[in-house]
Write a protein that binds this ligand. Structure first.
Ligand code: CO8
Length: 380
């Protein structure tokens, strides 16, 4: 029930995941891309020789694993991505009378989180869908999920925040709970991002995978059995950069030109992002921990954004001046790819079970915007 009495604290009491049914390995992806590139180069041989067109460079599975740590990714739809005459996913379009793709995967992840938290629909009074893209502007995906799950109380809304959407969503949930405007919040991250990938671009075709993730946050005084994690603090920051960018939006319909041209899809200056965001994220985490009197080496688990394994190693090097050990800094990127804002939540979901009461953990996202957001947790 909604209440205006501020709580004594906020707890994360459940998490859930929807994993797409299909997997694409680096070898499969590179094979399809290289066939496409070979055909493109043959078709445009004259223009390339005359310097009027750029040759498509070949991709390499070895490069991908070494440069990013990604070995495979789960995807909602596989065939279209590997079809060299299509080079983009093919989702069946649903009728308005059917549940939307994004609401369906969000609801599946939500059921897992609700089961773990022991919450029924009648106990939830806010639904936040926080992700990189929503498949439509309105009605909000969150309201559709609210309806699909039979949540009759409260409100739902969608919010975007690129790489940090999930943690910014958790931040909003925390604020709603602390202000007393909600008592149990379902936060959802249905990251269907493969449609925003340019599979004809060698430098970025390997980065992303799809996933759905969910979290339940509630008032500490309503959370039975001392389970879950106390949220000790939340902190967000942003600083403008165009180094990670997608220009697709509803204005694309008003512009002349191809609404699906390269700049409308995901593109980035990856090396710059790597070099600029790693120290930004490390400094942010260090300051946030210090404001709670915690040193980085007192943290049992860092659930970091899953964009690049070398980037996470760099963040940990800045923080601890040590190597990132898998038991302290779990990675899910190797088989999920970069799942946009959901990555740190997926890492949390699979890697929090063995923590002891009192153990400290940090969830932290970083990337497009630039944006960074962290939550400091303590195992109950
Ligand atoms: N195969 C073979 N060679 C390649 C390939 C490839 N696939 N790609 C690039 N190369 C080549 C380059 O052309 C370059 O060649 P040369 O030296 O001759 O110029 C060489 O390899 C080295 O290139 P880079 O310096 O670019 O390689 P890096 O070591 O920097 O690795 C990465 C590239 C992996 C992209 C790396 O820079 C990286 O991951 N950076 C971090 C970027 C990041 O975190 N971005 C955030 C992503 S956004 C996000 O997380 C979610 C929000 C947005 C969601 C969007 C959904 C679609």
């Amino acid at each position: 029930m909604r209440t205006t009495v501020p709580p004594t604290g906020v707890v994360i009491s459940g998490s859930g995941i929807w994993t797409p049914p299909h997997i694409i390995t680096n070898d499969e992806l590179v094979d399809a891309y290289n066939q496409y590139a070979g055909q493109f180069n043959a078709e445009h041989a004259r223009a390339i020789a005359a310097g009027k067109m750029e040759e498509k460079p070949l991709s390499s599975a070895r490069f991908i694993e070494k440069a990013s740590g990604i070995k495979a990714r789960h995807v909602y739809s596989k065939d279209g991505i590997l079809d060299i005459h299509r080079m983009r996913p093919d989702f069946p379009e649903r009728r308005e009378s059917e549940i939307s793709h994004q609401a369906e995967i969000a609801a599946t992840a939500a059921r897992g989180a609700m089961a773990e938290a022991g919450k029924t629909a009648s106990e939830i009074d806010a639904v936040i869908v926080a992700c990189t893209y929503t498949q439509r502007a309105y009605p909000a995906i969150a309201i559709e999920v609210q309806h699909a799950l039979g949540i009759e109380n409260g409100f739902g809304f969608d919010m975007l925040g690129a790489c940090s959407a999930a943690t910014f969503g958790l931040h909003r949930a925390y604020d709603s709970l602390m202000s007393g405007s909600a008592s149990c919040v379902l936060v959802l991250h249905p990251e269907l991002v493969t449609p925003q990938v340019d599979y004809r671009d060698r430098d970025s075709h390997f980065i992303f995978g799809d996933v759905g993730a969910a979290m339940i946050l509630e008032r500490a005084d309503s959370c039975a059995g001392g389970k879950g994690f106390d949220v000790l603090g939340v902190r967000a920051m942003t600083r403008f950069s165009s180094n990670i960018r997608s220009n697709f939006g509803h204005l694309s319909n008003a512009f002349d030109g191809d609404p699906f041209a390269g700049d409308k899809l995901f593109h980035q200056a990856g090396r710059k992002v790597f070099e600029e965001v790693s120290p930004l994220a490390a400094g942010h985490i260090k300051d946030h921990l210090a404001s709670h009197g915690i040193r980085p080496n007192q943290v049992a688990r860092f659930w970091l954004h899953q964009a690049n394994i070398n980037m996470n190693r760099m963040v940990i090097k800045h923080l601890l001046n040590a190597e990132a050990r898998p038991e302290t800094v779990p990675m899910v990127l190797d088989h999920y790819g970069n799942t946009a804002s959901a990555g740190s939540i997926v890492a949390f979901h699979f890697h929090h079970q063995r923590m002891q009461p009192g153990d400290i953990g940090v969830i932290c996202s970083f990337g497009a915007g630039y944006s960074v957001c962290s939550l400091i947790l303590r195992k109950r």
